[in-house]
Every structure is written in structure tokens, then in C-alpha cells.
Design a protein around this ligand. Structure first.
Ligand code: NAD
Ligand code: MG
Length: 392
């Protein structure tokens, strides 16, 4: 029986995690839930799962929810404000924290969960992109497992679970290519948020869907894999695989390539993490090689001339230090501006490049929670400044 706190429970990964809990009530209890502002969904989740406590980042929405629960005599405690997810991450009633908040906001609660010794099932890749340099050593020091939920990393992890981590030569991380695969740069200039949100194979939250369209998602995942599996970014190749059936591959020293296959669903990687070190039951239809649409698996190179953020992520990953946190913050800021209709699609890339190239890394700079928080803050300010010139 795992006792869960689910951070970002109203989002795509959060709701799918609760779907697993719903189907396996004997295997999980839900002790804590958190969200940004979607108190209507959170209220329904409280009614169904009766958590000990919840958190709402938006203080006004949080107060509204607290009043409603009090009026109805519901005992669940409500914490509010930007730091409230960190309280839920440390609840003594929970042993496992699911990190499913989107963006840099997910880092701090995961950091506190590790400090208090919780097992981490991690979907929030921005935590490792920005803070992997101190998050991974801290987890080792505290004896805390970080179990990957991101599907590619779950695949890589599963391929290495037989003890082959010591034989790892290269990681072949797969990418669907997103909705704009095969397009030219001039075609990308005027694509709308609506088009960019229409992902061909995965249903996900807004930010990661835009990241998939720019392919920054793959860039973030390269850095995520570097931290999770202890390889340099130059040992990772991106393989565009539009069918999203092979979720990633590893090449071992003897040349053998292992991959993990499945339907494009996050339920399986969630189950793999939550039942670790055991294997869970089948909650989704198993992969069928004869099913329609998956009888023709293809693999191609990533066009880094068109999707330039992938190349940037390699360079940023090589340089390390605070630069990955800077790139992540610039990207989050620019993606939000694009979703709000303030800038064009390629302006995301322009903003991220400009923020990164203007960042001066101090030699020997310590990467810790404070320096990363500060780098994130400054990079957001710089990004806001830069993207203003793209607003027409
Ligand atoms: P989403 O936008 O659907 O959900 C985000 C959740 O975070 C919501 O519950 C929201 O209320 C909450 N949230 C936002 N800001 C918050 C804050 N400041 N404090 C507390 N909660 C806050 O996002 P998603 O698609 O579920 O993605 C979540 C994370 O998982 C992202 O880091 C994403 O990259 C990663 N991921 C998602 C998928 C997927 O299929 N959706 C796959 C792999 C990895
Ligand atoms: Mg992924």
C-alpha cells in the first residue's frame, strides 16, 4: 500500500494518477492533493478520495475552497499560497509524492519532499532541468528513489532495470516530432496556438503540448535523462518516431539495443513508477503489434535546423551550471506569452536563444536551491523584456 500526495492533481498527469488510484483502492491511499487554481476539480477529488490535506497556490481560490469545505463539514485541511504544495509534499501521512505540477513551480515541493525522505514519482521534468545538479545528489544522500514518470525516461529505466545500467553506451530517446514534423521554418512563422495544441499522438497539458510543437520538450528531456541516468548529453540521440510506440531505447556496450513499447498512454509509466519495485496489474489494453495504425514503425533524424531549440538544449546541457535553469525559465515565459496570443510561434525560440546568450555564467557558481531560484527569477524578467519587442 502506497500513501500518496499528488502535486498538481487537477492536471493531465494528476488526473491519470487518480485514475490508477480509483482502479486499485487496495494499493493506494490519497493523503494529499494540490493545484494552482482549479478548485472545482479539486473539490470533486476531495469528495471522492478524502485526503487529509490539500493545497491551492492561488490564495483567493484557496480561501474559497476552505470556506466551502467548512460549510459542508468536510474535514480536509486546506493550505493556500505559493508555498502550500511544499506542505503537502511533507505530510507525515504520505510516503510517496507524485510530482505532477507543471513548470519550475514543481521544483520546490519536490525538493522538500526529498528532504523529508519521501519516494518521488516524477513527471515534472523542469525540476531536473533546472535543479538536477543538486536534486540528484540530495536524493542519493537521503536514500530517496526518484522514479521517472515521463514516458521516455520510464522506458529507458525499464530497459536498464535488469542490471544493465553499467553497460549503457547510448540512449536513443524517441520523439513523436509533434504536430509540425516535416514543416519548414517559413511555415512555422504563423502557426497558431490552436494548431500547436493539436498533438498527433499524446493528450497532455497546454505547456508540454507547446513544448512538443517547438520540440523544446525533447531538449528538456535530454537534460532530464542526463541527470536520471548519469550520462552526458552527447551520449543521447533523438530519434523521431511519429507512431509513439517505441517509448525509447538504450544501446549497450556490446551493441545490443533494447526498447520498451506500448500504446501512447501515460497510465503505464505511472503504474510502472507507483508499483516499483514490483510490477502492477494491466490497467490499459496491452500493446498489440497487429492493431491498426502501428504496423509501420518508422524512425528518422530530428531536423535541428527547423527545430533549433533541440540544438540549444544540447549546448545548454553541455555548459550546465545555472544555464539550464535560465533556458527553462525563458521557455516557460515565452510559451505562456504564445498561449496568451502575445507572441508568434518562432518568437518562443527567439526569446529563449536571446535570454540564454545574454546570460553570463560565473565560474565555480554553486548550483543550489537559492541560486537556481534567483537564476529563474532573473531569466523570467529578461524574457519578458525581450519578448516585448515581438508583440505586434
Ligand atoms: P497540466 O497543465 O495538465 O497540469 C498541471 C498541474 O499543476 C495542474 O494541477 C495545476 O493546477 C498545477 N499547478 C500549476 N501551477 C501550480 C502551482 N504554482 N502550485 C501548485 N500546483 C500548480 O500539466 P501536465 O500535462 O499534467 O504536466 C505536468 C508535468 O508532467 C509537466 O512538468 C510535464 O512536462 C510533465 N509530463 C506530462 C506528460 C503528460 O502526458 N501530460 C507526460 C510527461 C511529462
Ligand atoms: Mg516525455
Amino acid at each position: 500500500m502506497r500513501r500518496l500526495s499528488i502535486l498538481g492533481s487537477t492536471g493531465s498527469i494528476g488526473q491519470q494518477t487518480l485514475e490508477v488510484c480509483r482502479k486499485a483502492p487496495a494499493d493506494f491511499t490519497v493523503e494529499g492533493l494540490t493545484c494552482g487554481s482549479d478548485i472545482a476539480t479539486l473539490y470533486d477529488q476531495i469528495k471522492e478520495f478524502s485526503p487529509v490535506a490539500v493545497a491551492v497556490s492561488d490564495p483567493i481560490k484557496g480561501a474559497e475552497l476552505a470556506k466551502r469545505l467548512k460549510d459542508e463539514g468536510i474535514k480536509t485541511e486546506v493550505y493556500t499560497g505559493p508555498d502550500s504544495s511544499s506542505v503537502i509534499a511533507q505530510l507525515s501521512e504520505c510516503d510517496t509524492v507524485v510530482g505532477a505540477i507543471v513548470g519550475f513551480a514543481g521544483l520546490e515541493p519536490v525538493y522538500h519532499a526529498i528532504l523529508s525522505g519521501k519516494t518521488i514519482a516524477l513527471a515534472n521534468k523542469e525540476t531536473l532541468v533546472s535543479g538536477g545538479d543538486f536534486i540528484m545528489p540530495l536524493a542519493r544522500e537521503k536514500g530517496v528513489d526518484i522514479l521517472p514518470v515521463d514516458s521516455e525516461h520510464s522506458a529507458i529505466w525499464q530497459c536498464l532495470r535488469n542490471g544493465d545500467a553499467k553497460n549503457l553506451d547510448r540512449i536513443l530517446i524517441t520523439a513523436s516530432g509533434g504536430p509540425f514534423r516535416g514543416m519548414k521554418r517559413e511555415d512555422l512563422e504563423n502557426v497558431t496556438a490552436e494548431k500547436a495544441l493539436n498533438h498527433p499522438t499524446w493528450k497532455m497539458g497546454g505547456k508540454i503540448t507547446i513544448d512538443s510543437a517547438t520540440m523544446m520538450n525533447k531538449g528538456l528531456e535530454i537534460i532530464e535523462a542526463h541527470h536520471l541516468f548519469g550520462v552526458s548529453v552527447d551520449q543521447i540521440d533523438v530519434v523521431v518516431h511519429p507512431q509513439s510506440v517505441v517509448h525509447s531505447m538504450v544501446r549497450l556496450k556490446d551493441g545490443s539495443v533494447l526498447g520498451q513499447m506500448g500504446r501512447p498512454s501515460m497510465i503505464l509509466p505511472i503504474i510502472v513508477a507507483l508499483y516499483y519495485p514490483e510490477r502492477g496489474p494491466a490497467f490499459t489494453e496491452p500493446f498489440d503489434p497487429f492493431a491498426a495504425g502501428i504496423n509501420n514503425l518508422t524512425f528518422e533524424k530530428c531536423d535541428t535546423e527547423v527545430f533549433r531549440l533541440v540544438g540549444l538544449a544540447y549546448e545548454v546541457g553541455r555548459q550546465g551550471g545555472l544555464l539550464p535553469a535560465v533556458m527553462n525559465a525563458a521557455n516557460e515565459t515565452a510559451v505562456m506569452a504564445f498561449l496568451d496570443g502575445r507572441i508568434g510561434f518562432l518568437d518562443i525560440e527567439r526569446t529563449v536563444y536571446e535570454v540564454c546568450s545574454g546570460f553570463v555564467q560565473s565560474a565555480g557558481q554553486t548550483v543550489d536551491i537559492d541560486s537556481v531560484r534567483e537564476a529563474d527569477r532573473i531569466a523570467r524578467e529578461n524574457a519578458e523584456e525581450i519578448l516585448r519587442k515581438f508583440i505586434s
